[in-house]
Ligand binder design. Structure first.
Ligand SMILES: Cc1ncc(COP(=O)(O)O)c(C=O)c1O
Length: 358
């Protein structure tokens, strides 16, 4: 970094999103070993950062999953558009037109459809490639598996290229591991059956599923009705940065990210300047090592040393820097403008969180 840019974390304005480059790299290596190349289609919604996506590409994953049109366009602008899948239904014509424009400039754009309306919207805007989104148990988007073949026929009749299927088992990400081992395989089997019904108009059909909670419960390949070996794409994203919710579930990834705060009061209680406006709270309170978090308000976390901890956080002074670990990484990242990349206390770089918005 140059000029007056911060060179240590002690100079950073807080709250600040910090990413430990070495922990991030270890997470990337662990996942790439488990699911190499095209058996992972990283979901960018967890980090919303093209600089981080570029590191995933270096580790061998060149196909990406996005949740919003803005993420798709940002990835295309960053030259990471070998194969972009929007794993979401879109009916907004102007947004679909912008996707079609990116496609006309050379980006590979594929979007999820689950109804005649979403197929019409894609065809009308000129988006060329779709996957049929299958409901495999999460009460969200996705058509019933038995409707998939008919929808694929409709998409082809509208001139669209049907690449295959996706189905996200979000309801199985955060359940007990033993129960996961029982419930994930049949959910995945219903996706394989749907692919048989849908077929594919491309050489390598798409079967896309899963996340950080289930990345190791899906096979790397399946054999389709025609005897072809097809890579199973897992759409994990949180594994890069992690959060306390996934860490509590024994996933083999490290905390690579936290929100750095400054202790601003110890008059009566210990208070750090990281509040619920800088933390995704839907999975509960954040954590502070060696401390008990009492509660969060807009701009504050009130905490106390935890005497039961192996190293209780004592002797805290006003002005000290504290790591606040988010319970849910995706919404936390979406609240910030940039990531500070660090090694120890040294600040190495500042990455824009450039895929925010819709
Ligand atoms: C469509 C889709 N695929 C995959 C994921 C998995 O993400 P994570 O890595 O957080 O488990 C999500 C998370 O919400 C999702 O919505």
């Amino acid at each position: 970094m140059s000029g007056s840019s911060p060179s240590t974390i002690h100079e950073l304005p807080t709250p600040a999103v910090i990413v430990d480059i070495d922990a991030l790299d270890r997470n990337l290596v662990t996942m790439a070993a488990a699911r190499p190349g095209g058996t992972l289609r990283p979901h960018v919604k967890a980090h919303k950062c093209t600089s981080l996506a570029a590191l995933q590409a270096v580790r061998g994953h060149r196909s990406f999953t996005c949740a919003t049109v803005q993420e798709m366009l940002g990835m295309a602008a960053a030259g990471l558009a070998d194969d972009l899948l929007l794993a979401n239904e879109v009916v907004d014509h102007s947004r679909l037109l912008s996707l079609a424009a990116a496609q006309d400039q050379g980006a590979s754009i594929t979007i999820a459809v689950d109804s005649p309306e979403t197929i019409d919207a894609a065809a009308h805007a000129g988006v060329q490639q779709v996957v049929i989104d299958i409901d495999i148990g999460l009460p969200r988007c996705g058509c019933p598996p038995e409707a998939a073949g008919e929808l694929a026929d409709l998409a082809r009749a509208r001139g669209l290229i049907v690449r295959g299927v996706m189905g996200y088992e979000g309801h199985l990400m955060a359940i007990d591991r033993v129960e996961q081992q029982v419930r994930v395989p049949p959910a995945f089997a219903s996706l394989v059956t749907a692919l048989d019904q849908v077929g594919s108009d491309v050489d390598v059909p798409v079967i896309s599923t899963g996340g950080t909670g289930t990345f190791d419960l899906h096979p790397l390949f399946v054999t389709d009705a025609g005897g072809r070996q097809i890579p199973v794409e897992v759409q994990a994203g949180s594994y890069t940065l992690m959060d306390t919710d996934y860490a509590s579930r024994g996933r083999p990834f490290e905390h690579a990210c936290w929100v750095l705060g400054t202790v601003i009061s110890r008059s009566r209680h210990l208070v750090v300047d990281v509040g619920l406006k800088s933390l995704g709270m839907d999975h509960g309170n954040p954590s502070i090592a060696g401390a008990t978090v009492w509660f969060c308000s807009d701009e504050h976390v009130t905490f106390a040393p935890d005497p039961a901890s192996a190293s209780p956080l004592v002797d805290v002074a006003v002005g000290d820097r504290i790591r606040v670990l988010p319970a849910h990484i995706d919404p936390t990242i979406a609240m910030h403008d940039s990531i500070w990349l660090v090694r120890g206390d040294e600040v190495l770089d500042q990455w824009p969180i450039d895929l925010r918005g819709w």
